[in-house]
Design a protein around this ligand. Structure first.
Ligand SMILES: *Cc1c(COP(=O)(O)O)cnc(C)c1O
Length: 363
């Protein structure tokens, strides 16, 4: 690809995956048909789905007490599907309130039961990760967002609470090796680190299901999807295929250990450059910085537009911050080569030197 892609999601995919995915559209596995025109219950597609599901388990090193589903509706649907399956009306679930996505999950959970806020970083505009949680022992589960895509913070530890742990890992899934077996449910929209938009990975420890009294609409009941091996209705076949190819690529490239190493290299390079320059400033506490989404600002607000213009002129896209928080953001997902980060750092250095005078004048 000829552009430097810093998009937050949908986002960068490995060139190899794009190549294979486009071949699959024209002639899937040389069968003379497109992946888009075969039945989802055909052996051809069932093989794709089964390989994708087993790669998720393999990369996460999970045993058969877990099931993997590929579902419609994005991570946003999981904000509702989690409580509808796991929280009865008079029961309580604990939620961490650390950013925009987490607060959306809280809003949905309140439609189905009670929510206890285990911790919040609202007091400082979600620029840090709270280190202390309050989790009453009677709650059904604790939910948190492992990486706050919009704000640029990331949990670098797994909260310990002695209740089932549920995580929205949409923007850092498969980017590091963590102890996935500490979780009872993990979900992630595929479009950041695990494929194309249109499908959501849901990993469930089976023993948390079937404990509530509510009648759950069939299509929202995880148990039905498990029984149907993720083919309850027509899945988004192409998105599942792209995710399978992406997971194959992760495995071939050294798995999560290697993804983590690359993520650290990219983030170290970026943040070291950021901290060394006069024109820019990070937005969140250093110890809680995200390895995937780095948020920052220009010290002189008038420089923001100038900087974005220079990025554009240099073929760098996706650097504007989320519309709700403004500022700047670069997303550095699994598929991003280190030279893309280097190119941005070089541009930032040049920019900072060029505008140093203007910076001090306004201060
Ligand atoms: C992108 C994102 C979402 C929303 O995902 P959709 O697939 O668009 O519903 C939810 N949570 C986090 C952490 C995200 O980064």
């Amino acid at each position: 690809m000829s552009m430097y892609n810093f998009n937050s999601g949908p986002s960068i995919l490995p060139d190899e995956v794009l190549q294979q995915a486009s071949e699959g559209v024209l002639n899937f596995n040389n069968i003379g048909l497109s992946i888009l025109e075969i039945g989802h219950r055909s052996d051809w597609f069932v093989e794709v789905m089964e390989e994708a599901r087993s790669l998720v388990k393999e990369l996460m090193q999970l045993d058969d007490s877990y099931e993997v589903l590929y579902l419609h509706g994005g991570a946003t649907t999981q904000f509702m599907q989690v409580p509808i399956n796991l929280l009865d009306e008079n029961e309580t679930a604990a939620y961490c309130d650390n950013g925009i996505w987490g607060s959306k999950a809280i809003k949905e959970a309140k439609l189905f039961g009670n929510v206890h806020i285990a911790c919040s970083s609202k007091d400082q505009n979600h620029t840090y990760i709270p280190k202390e949680l309050s989790v009453p022992q009677h709650v059904n589960y604790l939910h948190y967002t492992t990486n706050n895509t919009v704000e640029g913070t990331q949990w670098h530890f797994i909260p310990q609470a002695n209740v089932p742990l549920i995580a929205d890992m949409s923007s850092d899934i498969f980017s590091r090796e963590i102890s996935f077996s500490e979780f009872s449910l993990i979900y992630a929209g595929a479009q950041k680190n695990a494929g194309a938009a249109g499908v959501t990975i849901v990993v469930i420890k089976k023993d948390i299901l079937g404990k509530i009294k509510r009648t759950i609409p069939s299509i929202l009941d995880y148990r039905n999807h498990i029984e149907a091996k993720s083919l309850l209705n027509t899945p988004p076949v192409f998105a599942v295929y792209v995710s399978m190819l992406t997971l194959r690529w992760i495995k071939k490239n050294g798995g999560l250990i290697e993804m983590e190493k690359r993520a650290n290299e990219r983030a170290d390079l970026f943040y070291e450059t950021l901290d060394s320059l006069d024109a820019f400033e990070g937005k969140v506490d250093r110890q809680d910085r995200s390895l995937m989404n780095a948020t920052f600002i220009t010290k002189n607000p008038e420089h923001e537009k100038l900087f974005l213009d220079e990025c554009k002129q240099n073929g760098m896209v996706g650097i504007k911050g989320h519309r709700s928080v403004g500022g700047l953001r670069v997303s550095m997902y699994n598929a991003m080569p280190i030279n893309t980060v280097q190119a941005l750092c070089d541009l930032m250095k040049d920019f900072s030197n060029k505008y140093a005078d203007a910076l001090y004048k306004t201060i």
